[in-house]
Ligand binder design. Structure first.
Ligand SMILES: C[S@@+](CC[C@H](N)C(=O)[O-])C[C@H]1O[C@@H](n2cnc3c(N)ncnc32)[C@H](O)[C@@H]1O
Length: 400
């Protein structure tokens, strides 16, 4: 087993929950020693395929070793590692997560100087930010075998842990799938593709199984499922335009990745008539972001917010009841629930009793080492942006 430093995304609790869920599915043991809001350190047995399935990790470094936090120690370790790249030129950079010592700048300069004395070319990649972004790492060829990004995180007793980056997220592909797809519909709310991917991963099922999104909108969940290798896909929406957007987006994806093979069944259907479509079919995974209520403009008074909340409580209660019929006994339902925010209110859906009555229990993923501030008493994960009027609460449900 090796030790790794995982650099977490903007929603670090999602990054960890997804990592835990995918590791469990792949039967990979994962033992965390540290989890912070920015990074985690764990022992694990990882393969590159495993990492590329995840949406929540920004970078992953394999630990080289712990060293005393001293300039010469870091210079020596970086030199040893750069020599093993067997490149004539050294491409390298450093990302220090935590309080940087004032000698830190000298490390790169010392190595550059040494390289010059040995008639090597050396490019030290620096950035205005304290750490290098995944874009900077990839574009400057700092990944193996061409170069080295050294990730440094603090340990106790004046020591630091140093790792070499082995993976960065495919930022261009993520952005293209979000902004480059032909059909987008911001008005009804589109799930960010990374959140869609994390939700599918939280379902924890093999891609050999079936997956349903009964509120498929522009097809974001289905698109991410196809890329994970799912072949038996079902999508419904009450809106015919939504069904067309899903079809156009999935066709675009197939053109971009012609090797993808999948069977997608989509049709216009309100949730109330799902049984006409699915008959006796039972799904392994249901992953969905249902109707989130009417778009809010921030001018709604309290009474209006409460009336939308009531409408959503009814809608989500019946949706839970309906979906409970279509899940296999060992299947999982991963859902967004809206949280209405405004006028100092934060209105969550009080549906935990309904969840239990429908025969579901809430799955939890955060390991005991997770920062206590991440743990929500409802067992959900909260995805929100500053100023957002409808936040997304994510529940992972399995059968009791
Ligand atoms: C928030 S959007 C889902 C967006 C989708 N996740 C995406 O990324 O495009 C909710 C969707 O639910 C659909 N919807 C609303 N009421 C419905 C109902 N009763 N039955 C089925 N679909 C419904 C809407 O047409 C809309 O496409």
């Amino acid at each position: 087993m090796s030790e790794y430093i995982f650099i977490l995304g903007r929603e670090p609790e999602f990054s960890i929950a997804e990592l835990v869920a995918v590791a469990a599915r792949a039967k990979i043991s994962l033992q965390f020693s540290v989890i912070t809001n920015f990074y985690a350190v764990a022992q694990a047995e990882l393969s590159p395929d495993f990492l590329s399935e995840l949406a929540g990790l920004v970078k992953v470094a394999q630990v080289l070793k712990p060293i005393p936090a001293q300039k010469d120690e870091l210079v020596n370790l970086a030199r040893e590692t750069l020599v093993t790249t067997k490149n004539k030129s050294w491409y390298f950079g450093f990302s220090w997560y935590g309080q940087k010592p004032n000698w830190f700048k000298e490390v790169g300069m010392t190595l550059k100087h040494e390289a010059r004395e040995e008639n090597r070319r050396a490019r030290l990649v620096v950035s205005r930010d304290p750490t290098l972004s995944s874009v900077v790492v990839a574009k400057n060829k700092l990944l193996p075998p061409t170069g080295c990004e050294f990730i440094i995180v603090p340990q106790d007793k004046g020591r630091v842990l140093v790792g070499r980056t082995i993976f960065v997220q495919a930022f261009e592909e993520w952005s293209e799938r979000d902004y480059g797809r032909p059909e987008r519909e911001a008005r009804v709310g589109m799930l960010p593709p990374k959140l869609a991917r994390m939700m599918i991963n939280l379902a924890g099922n093999s891609s050999a199984g079936s997956l349903l999104d009964p509120f498929c909108g522009s097809g974001t969940v289905l698109q991410e499922a196809v890329l994970l290798g799912y072949k038996d896909l079902w999508g419904f929406d009450v809106d015919a335009a939504g069904i067309t957007r899903t079809q156009v987006n999935l066709k675009w994806l197939k053109e971009k990745y012609p090797k993808l093979e999948f069977k997608l069944q989509v049709a216009r259907a309100p949730i109330e008539q799902l049984s006409n479509q699915l008959k006796d079919k039972r799904l392994d995974s249901i992953v969905t972001e249902p109707y989130l209520g009417p778009p809010l403009n921030g001018r709604e008074d309290e009474a209006k917010l409460h009336s939308i909340h009531k409408e959503l409580i009814n809608f989500y209660s019946s949706t839970l009841r309906i979906l409970s019929h279509f899940l296999r006994p060992d299947g999982r339902l991963v859902m967004v629930w809206p949280v209405l925010q405004g006028r100092g209110l934060k209105l969550e859906l009080p549906l935990l009793e309904v969840v239990a009555k429908c025969g579901f229990k809430i799955e939890k993923f955060l390991p005991p080492q997770a920062p206590s501030g991440w743990v929500r008493t409802r067992g959900s994960l909260l995805y929100e942006r500053p100023g957002q009027r409808v936040a997304r609460e994510i529940f992972v449900l399995s059968r009791t």
